[in-house]
Design a protein around this ligand. Sequence first.
Ligand SMILES: Cc1ncc(COP(=O)(O)O)c(C=O)c1O
Length: 388
Amino acid sequence: MTHRRDSGPSDETRAVHGGERRPGPEGSLVFPIYQSTVYASRRNIPPEDIDYIRLSNTPSQRYLHDKLAALEGADAAIATASGMSAMTTVLTAFLRSGDHLVAAEGLYGGTYAYLDQHIERLGLRHTFVDAQRPDAWEAAITPDTKMFLVESISNPMMRIPHLEEVVAFGRQRGLITVIDNTFATPINFKPLALGFDVCFHSATKYLNGHSDLVAGCVVGDRSTIQAVRKALTHVGGSLDPHAGFLLARGLKTLALRVRSQNENASRLAEFLSAHPRVESVCYPGLLSHPDHERGVGLMSGFGGMLSFRLADATDEQVEEVLARLQVAYVATSLGSVETLVTRPAATSHASLTPEQRERVGITNDLVRVSCGIEGSEDLIADFDQALG
Ligand SMILES: Cc1ncc(COP(=O)(O)O)c(C=O)c1O
């Protein structure tokens, strides 16, 4: 697969050098942690520009924002206290009471739960649509519809929505198009280049990549990020500089990690597809995946996530296979250097009703794998022995 590139340095170079101060303070190559919550006042500045940690404008925060923006090819970025904080702040920034949004079915369980259980009390309404069926979107639009919210790769079925059509539809109908790019990462896909207005991440996952912090971010043009920053200041989900330091450190190896994870997922998907105990594998890199062609057109890698089903296995048999894994951890998160395996019906999507899960294909025997950066041969051998 060729790596699509916009103009400018490669993703590897951006990850290391993007946003860096050259040289940093005192000649430092590593930008230090400025933990001070407040800074001696400059004279005659507007209140929103006072350097204060919750306003996300202190030195370590600004440095991190420049690095995040460089990676997504964006004008601006802002870090948040979690991926959920990024999503809720985007909604706060751009929607007001009475507004309606259209969202892709099968969004991450936390996002789904927020839309399903909270926003109505805030005066907002939503309709879920099948992101694979552009012909069905028009019916969901109301005069109050303001936003279209999708994910670049869906969890856990690894579907790639009609993203070009989402952008075109949004433009035609005057909607703000918002995408959660956590699964694809900017290494595999840069949504702003395709025309999305707002892109956000759970940086807890791939962007940091080491299972040791919780963070999020939003990227977009300057006025978009200004609006998000204003909402974030009032909602209060800014990122602490200490966590930001770890995130910036993780970002430097993002391209290397993601390319290795792409490779591991691709090889593991091939192996599992040929295994007699495996009924089916969902990985967009496989020719058999319904969105393979779309992925080739849109992305420079198919990501490190896959899911599979065992043939004729009870819940206990699936659990037994997971319990035998020795390299991979059975753990719910994703995007880390370790391979993580989970059963979405029992974990990430447990809050959905059985009918809701059924509709998006999340059966009890579905297993999701977030490939780490271990050797492919070791991973394959681990799954081989676990499958017995
Ligand atoms: C696709 C996606 N978006 C958003 C989130 C929320 O991120 P966080 O846990 O950092 O709040 C998650 C968490 O699993 C996720 O998988």
